[in-house]
Design a protein around this ligand. Structure first.
Ligand SMILES: [Zn+2]
Length: 378
């Protein structure tokens, strides 16, 4: 099947078999078609996301893999209600980003890309630096000067060039876009093959629940690549007539920097102006998501929504997760804080099947976690 890019902004279509990160009109590209996935297509002997290779738009087998995907889905309780925790923290680089990066880098190898670069609050940069190293590609990562040190060390340890940019997350993104002539801009926010990878999150949740979809999925959300991946994955399962219902998707944001919550509350189809301040959930502090309309549409279509959690609720959720043996970064702990809210409001009933996606490992932000927990205790 020939893969094509489509630009929703100008309506242009083009083949996907060449290196491109956005449309000539400046809009983000989407990848078509969505291949279906039926349970017979699964390579059950492959303990990674490549067990779903039949549903991914590739010509050949993957050239680079570090065993990404097939992360644990474990049963637990939260505020007296049953919940499943999806441990995306247990990826090769400690964050969910490897799902998208592994698929994206294999596509880029297939179309002959050389040096790559990317901007990141830390986790996506660590992921790209890791997979570029495994693929033998040179790599440069633009990060906020304020990014957690462990993430910067992780990037440098992979041999990538590290460019710390003072200012906001948007300043970092602007610096990376400006460098797009020197090497390929392998942006997890722009490259459609990243979402081709994150769709396997939907496949795994479905398969691990015994080929059932849950009622609700809560996802810490900055740019929305997991929301778009889940949407695409459930499309693929629906297309193969494997599922009859779809889960409600809840995007979880930090109230201090909540682009999607502002748009959602305004009933808007795109971004609206909002005030932002610092948050402990650095991984989802996004001012300008690249595909806001698509993310909002996916949330509405799923009958879910956006939950913005306050800073005061992040540390207690972090502590409660830690006491269950789930050591995650503050960004991931927002899923717990959001679940508390949704249960209290009655939006989620205790009898429903709910999955909380824990997106990043605590070792990524140990210093910040230490500060948060001691502040909360004092
Ligand atoms: Zn266009």
């Amino acid at each position: 099947m020939t893969a094509e890019y489509h630009c929703p902004s100008c309506g242009r279509s083009m083949p996907a078999g060449w290196p491109v990160w956005r449309c000539d009109c400046g809009g983000p590209l989407e990848l078509a078609p969505v291949l279906g996935l039926s349970r017979r297509d699964i390579d059950a002997g492959e303990a990674s996301l490549w067990r779903y290779a039949a549903a991914l738009l590739f010509q050949g087998p993957p050239r680079v893999s570090l065993g990404e995907g097939w992360t644990p889905l474990i049963r637990g309780h939260w505020q007296g209600a049953p919940v499943w925790f999806k441990l995306e923290s247990q990826m090769p680089t400690g964050s969910f980003k490897d799902r998208g990066t592994a698929v994206m880098i294999n596509h880029l190898l297939e179309v002959g890309v050389g040096p790559v670069h990317e901007d990141s609050s830390g986790n996506a940069g660590a992921s790209l630096a890791t997979y570029a190293a495994a693929a033998g590609l040179s790599c440069r990562i633009y990060v906020p000067a304020s990014a957690p040190r462990a993430k910067l060390v992780q990037i440098a340890a992979c041999g990538a060039e590290l460019c710390a940019v003072p200012g906001s997350r948007q300043d970092v993104a602007d610096a990376a876009v400006a460098a797009a002539g020197d090497s390929f801009y392998a942006s997890h926010n722009w490259q459609p093959y990243f979402i081709e990878g994150t769709q396997t999150l939907a496949f795994e949740i479905w398969e691990q629940l015994g080929f059932q979809v849950p009622d609700n999925i809560l996802v810490p959300t900055g740019y929305g690549s997991n929301i778009l991946g889940l949407e695409r994955g459930f499309d693929a399962l629906e297309r193969a007539a494997e599922i009859a219902a779809r889960p409600r998707l809840f995007a979880v944001q930090a109230a201090n920097c909540a682009a999607f919550a502002a748009a959602w509350n305004a009933g808007a189809d795109g971004l609206v102006p909002f005030a932002a301040s610092d948050t402990a959930a650095d991984g989802i502090a996004t001012m300008h998501p690249v595909r806001p309309a698509q993310v909002l549409r996916a949330l509405r279509r799923s009958k879910g929504g956006v939950v913005a959690v306050t800073e005061e609720t992040i540390a207690p959720a972090l502590r409660e997760l830690g006491r269950r043996g789930l050591f995650v970064e503050p960004t991931a702990a927002t899923a717990g804080a959001a679940l508390t809210r949704l249960l209290q409001r009655g939006t989620i009933a205790p009898g429903e099947t709910t999955v909380a996606v824990l997106t990043g490992h605590g070792l990524k932000a140990a210093d910040r976690i230490g500060a948060l927990l001691s502040a909360a205790a004092g």
